[in-house]
Design a protein around this ligand. Structure first.
Ligand SMILES: Nc1ncnc2c1ncn2[C@@H]1O[C@H](COP(=O)(O)OP(=O)(O)OP(=O)(O)O)[C@@H](O)[C@H]1O
Ligand SMILES: [Mg+2]
Length: 413
C-alpha cells in the first residue's frame, strides 16, 4: 500500500529560500519585484517547492516558501571537518559521481535539538561531473520529503564553492555492496524480498505524492540499508517533478545509469513514472540473479542484464538456471517465479504495460510469507580471513575511484 504524502497545515512564519541557503544561489535577480502579500498567502498550506520554482525570475528575492517541519540543519565546513576528523581516509565510506562520502559523528553539544548520532557526509568533488544543481536538487527534494523508505537528510553546508550534504548514517551501506561484493555474506531470499518491498514503497510514495516525483536514478547503489536491512532510497540529484495537468511526460536530457534506464526514455528523453518502474524491474533481476545490471566482463550477449534475462523469466526451468548461485537453492521456487513474472512486466518495452508501484507492492507483499517451499538444509559457514577482507576493501576502493560502472549517460534526445 502506498503512503500518501500528508498535507501539512501550517500557520508558522513563512521562510524565504535565502534564509535556508544564504549566499548559495549565485543567481541574483536584477529586477526584484516588490513583495506581494498574495504570494505569501498562497503558501498558507504546505506545498512542496520544486526546482522550477527556483529558476523563476523571483528566485532569490520574492520567493516565500515554508519549509517548516523539514528541520534541515545548516553546518559550517569547519563543523563538518571536525565531525569527520578532517575527512580522514579511515572514515571513508565510498565515492560516486557527486564526490566522496565519509562517516562522521555528531555529538549532542553541536546543535540544540540535534541528537548525538553517526552521519554520512557527502562532499561535492569540485573537479567532478556534478555540481551545484545536483546539490540543490537533493536539498530541495530530500529536505521536504520524509518517509521510512527515504534516507533522511539532516542538513547541508554551502560555503563559497563548497557543497556538502549530511545524511543519517546507514550502517549496512548500499545494496550494491551487499549484493555484489565478493566476500560479503550472501543476502538471504527473505531479505531480498524485504529490500525489494521497501524500495518499492519508497518509489510508490514518490509517484503518488500530491505533487508526484520521478526519481530517475533507481539502482542498487542508491538503495541504502539500515542495521536491520530496511531499504531507503538516497540520491535525489537527478529527481524530477512529474508531469502536470494534461501532460503525459516530462521532457529532459537523458540522464541516469546505463543498464537501468528505460529504453523509451533513452530513445526520446520522455520521462514518466513508468521509467522508474522499468529500473525497478532491473533491480528485481539483480536480486534474483545476483548479476549486475551492466557487466562488461561478461560475453557481449550477457552484458546487459535486462536484455539477456527477460526472455528467460517466464520459463521455470530457465529461471532456475539463472538464479543467483550464492542463494545455494535456499529460496522459494514459487516466490521466485512470481518475482520473475513481476520483473517481466516491469521490463515491458511498452511503458503502458508496466505495473504501477502500488501494483508492485501488492504482488510483493504476500511474497514475504511464501517460505513453505524453501528447502531445509543444514548451515555451512564461510569464513573470510582478514587478508581476504583487506583485498576486497582495496579492490572496492579502486573500482569506485574509476567509477567503473557509474557513468551517467548524457545525450541530447
Ligand atoms: N547515508 C549513508 N550511510 C552510509 N553509507 C553511505 C551513505 N550514503 C552513501 N554511502 C556510501 O557511499 C557510497 C557512495 O555513495 P554515492 O551515492 O555518492 O555514490 P553511488 O551511489 O555509488 O554512485 P552514484 O553517484 O551513481 O549515485 C555508497 O555506495 C555507500 O556505500
Ligand atoms: Mg548514490
Amino acid at each position: 500500500m502506498a503512503v500518501m504524502m500528508k498535507k501539512k497545515k501550517t500557520t508558522k512564519t513563512m521562510m524565504k529560500w535565502q534564509d535556508y541557503f544564504p549566499r548559495c544561489f549565485g543567481v541574483e535577480n536584477p529586477n526584484p519585484e516588490p513583495k506581494k502579500a498574495s504570494h505569501v498567502s498562497k503558501q498558507s498550506s504546505f506545498q512542496r517547492i520544486s526546482l522550477s520554482d527556483l529558476s523563476s525570475s523571483t528566485l532569490s528575492e520574492d520567493l516565500s516558501i515554508s519549509l517548516a517541519g523539514s528541520n534541515l540543519h545548516v553546518f559550517t565546513l569547519q563543523e563538518l571537518k571536525v565531525i569527520t576528523q578532517n575527512f580522514s581516509s579511515s572514515n571513508f565510506l565510498g565515492e560516486g559521481g557527486f564526490g566522496p562520502v565519509h562517516k562522521g559523528f555528531i555529538d549532542d553539544k553541536l546543535r540544540p535539538g540535534l541528537k548525538a548520532q553517526p552521519v554520512a557526509v557527502k562532499l561535492l568533488d569540485l573537479d567532478g561531473t556534478q555540481g551545484h544543481r545536483e546539490w540543490l536538487t537533493e536539498v530541495i527534494f530530500l529536505g521536504q520529503l520524509r518517509h521510512p523508505h527515504l534516507v533522511k537528510l539532516i542538513g547541508y553546508c554551502c560555503e563559497e564553492e563548497h557543497r556538502l550534504l549530511v545524511y543519517e548514517y546507514m550502517p549496512r551501506g548500499s545494496l550494491e555492496n551487499q549484493l555484489f561484493r565478493r566476500y560479503s555474506v550472501s543476502l538471504p531470499w527473505s531479505t531480498r524480498i524485504d529490500i525489494a518491498l521497501g524500495a518499492a514503497k519508497g518509489l510508490a510514495f514518490l509517484h503518488e505524492a500530491e505533487k508526484p516525483v520521478i526519481y530517475r536514478d533507481f539502482k542498487a547503489s542508491n538503495i541504502l540499508l539500515d542495521s536491520d536491512y530496511t531499504a531507503k532510497l538516497s540520491d535525489f540529484g537527478l529527481a524530477k517533478d512529474g508531469p502536470e495537468g494534461d501532460d503525459t511526460h516530462v521532457s529532459t536530457r537523458v540522464m541516469g545509469t546505463q543498464g537501468y534506464a528505460a529504453p523509451e526514455y533513452i530513445m526520446t528523453g520522455h520521462l514518466t513514472a513508468a521509467s522508474d518502474v522499468y529500473s525497478f524491474g532491473v533491480l528485481l533481476l539483480e536480486l534474483l540473479t545476483g548479476r549486475k545490471s551492466l557487466d562488461k566482463t561478461r560475453s557481449q550477449r550477457e552484458q546487459n542484464l535486462a536484455d539477456w534475462a527477460r526472455p528467460m523469466l517466464k520459463n521455470h526451468r530457465k529461471l532456475s538456471r539463472i538464479m543467483d548461485p550464492r542463494l545455494e537453492g535456499q529460496y522459494s521456487e514459487s516466490g521466485a517465479q512470481n518475482v520473475a513474472a513481476l520483473a517481466y512486466q516491469c521490463l515491458s518495452h511498452r511503458p503502458k504495460f508496466r505495473p504501477t508501484m502500488s501494483d508492485v507492492i501488492q504482488v510483493l507483499e504476500p511474497m514475504k510469507d511464501l517460505d513453505h517451499d524453501i528447502p531445509i538444509r543444514s548451515f555451512v559457514f564461510a569464513v573470510s580471513t582478514n587478508s581476504d577482507l583487506q583485498k576486497e576493501s582495496e579492490q572496492h576502493k579502486k573500482t569506485k575511484k574509476g567509477h567503473a560502472h557509474h557513468y551517467h549517460q548524457r545525450q541530447t534526445p
